[in-house]
Design a protein around this ligand. Sequence first.
Ligand code: ADP
Length: 258
Amino acid sequence: TAAPIGSMRSRNEIDTITHAVNKLKEQLTEGEAIRNQLVADVAHELRTPIAILRGHLETILEGAMDLDREHLLPLLDETKRMSRLIQDMQDLNLAEAGKLALDRSWAPFGSILEEIVSILEIEAEAKSITLHLDGEGEGELYGDMSRIKQVFINLIGNAVRYTPRGGRVDVHYKYHDGQVRVTVSDNGPGIAPESLPYIFKRFYRVENSRNRMSGGTGLGLAIAKEFIEVHNGAIHVESAPGAGTAFTVMLPIFPPNP
Ligand code: ADP
């Protein structure tokens, strides 16, 4: 029961209140810092594509650049990157708030992976990377297939992008015990142990791959983690510098109990 106004509060009561107020202050500052960082990151990501678009448009208006395919395609790429960034951010926000709408159905998981691998095969071949898929067991999976596809496009796409020419990317799936387990492993540069705890965070990039030339938005792994978790699954990473990286995804096969 609250002490009447004006009466002395016990030392303990005062300590408890002071502690709660300090904790609240800490949380507010933390929230503010996260928001500031997010705005800084988005500004950073948008600055380059906007600068490229603006520079090209100005050159075109000065009559110094032809309006041909060769000059216009890079502009389209930059606008696509910006759309993807905004879409990814919206999806992440919805997923984190538990409001991501899922369009679930049963689908054959093996052939979905085949489809993704055959799309990324072109990129892999261009770098002489061996991209291999194999699976144990056949079956379907219940989930939002467009989100699940996005996860594996991000993981396998990263493996192909970060692995140097002549490397190897293996995708393996296994149906077991009500789950499907997928590993995406590569023999690329690996990720330093001090970076590993952060790689699922928005906009985190390992320092030496910070260049945007990878074409990513810096949100790929954050999206992958959220999309797997909304399906009650889990994602883990193991990596050693110089040896390569392996991501493991576990997804329950059946719909969750209501
Ligand atoms: P990005 O758009 O930069 O690829 P991601 O969220 O997909 O963003 O990945 C975050 C960072 O994790 C990447 O910038 C890269 O440094 C590192 N990373 C992801 N996958 C791999 C991989 N297979 N091998 C090495 N580094 C990787």
